[in-house]
Design a binder for this molecule. Structure first.
Ligand code: 6PG
Length: 231
């Protein structure tokens, strides 16, 4: 799989077009669009644009997951869910949020939250007869340290090859997180990094040159597409 690298002229518009194109493809193929949202600040304007987008998004046929979450309550300022709710979820009509918006329970003890999320994904996968829950589009951000989701350098989650979701302590923030693991991320049909900021250029350029051992460099969807949208 060769990554597709796009230096966006219009980052938000290009990201939105990519999401809508994947949605349309998924509805046609399977009658459902599974979209994983990343946290941080970069994706917020994309989510805000998605909230008001006309065109092929059908929220009744869309399932939202999260790539990672901080271990905080859903209304906490650091919650990725709260950011997605404010930017997108509060502004669109999702008929069955309980089963369509799969929130990581950041308020639970970390290992319990991870086990709950894995159980949730497994029940969806079992219903569809899948060996592994397969996202249609999985959005990821990247930090200056080369982390993605909550797969941070030197943390235990990097070595997880079986579970789909784990708790991960992040020493640099002295914070517990819940994160999807490489097996689940790399099972996606399409993974798209959304990255802006000159400060990240040295990091992704090393990844593009295949000279990086950062966590983000290990994202490699086996049968899927990998896109880097650089703003
Ligand atoms: C998180 C994210 C994380 C984020 C990167 C980039 O919970 O923080 O999942 O992986 O995507 O840190 O964050 P920015 O977009 O804010 O630079």
């Amino acid at each position: 799989m060769t990554p597709e690298i796009h230096h966006a002229e219009a980052f938000v518009e290009d990201a939105l077009a990519l999401v809508l194109a994947e949605a349309e493809k998924a509805y046609r193929a399977r009658g459902e669009f599974r979209l994983s949202l990343c946290g941080g600040g970069t994706p917020r304007p994309v989510y805000e644009a998605l909230a008001v987008a006309s065109g092929p998004i059908d929220w009744a046929k869309t399932v939202i997951t999260f790539g990672d979450e901080r271990c905080v309550p859903p209304d906490h300022a650091r919650s990725n869910y709260r950011m997605a709710r404010e930017a997108l979820l509060d502004h669109v009509s999702i008929p069955d949020p309980e089963n369509q918006v799969l929130r990581m329970r950041g308020e639970l003890p970390p290992t319990e939250a991870a086990a709950h999320y894995e159980e949730t994904l497994r029940s969806h996968a079992n219903r569809s007869g899948e060996a592994i829950f397969t996202h249609d589009l999985l959005l990821l951000g990247m930090g200056e340290d080369g982390h993605t989701a909550s797969l941070f350098p030197g943390t235990t989650a990097l070595d997880e090859n079986d579970r789909w979701v784990v708790a991960n302590h992040v020493p640099k923030f002295d914070e517990d997180r819940i994160t999807l693991t490489y097996p689940l991320i790399n099972a996606a049909r399409h993974v798209c990094f959304l990255v802006t900021g000159e400060n990240k250029r040295p990091v992704y350029e090393k990844i593009f040159a295949s000279t990086s051992d950062d966590p983000a460099a290990r994202i490699s969807p086996g049968d899927g597409r990998l896109t880097w949208l650089i703003g």
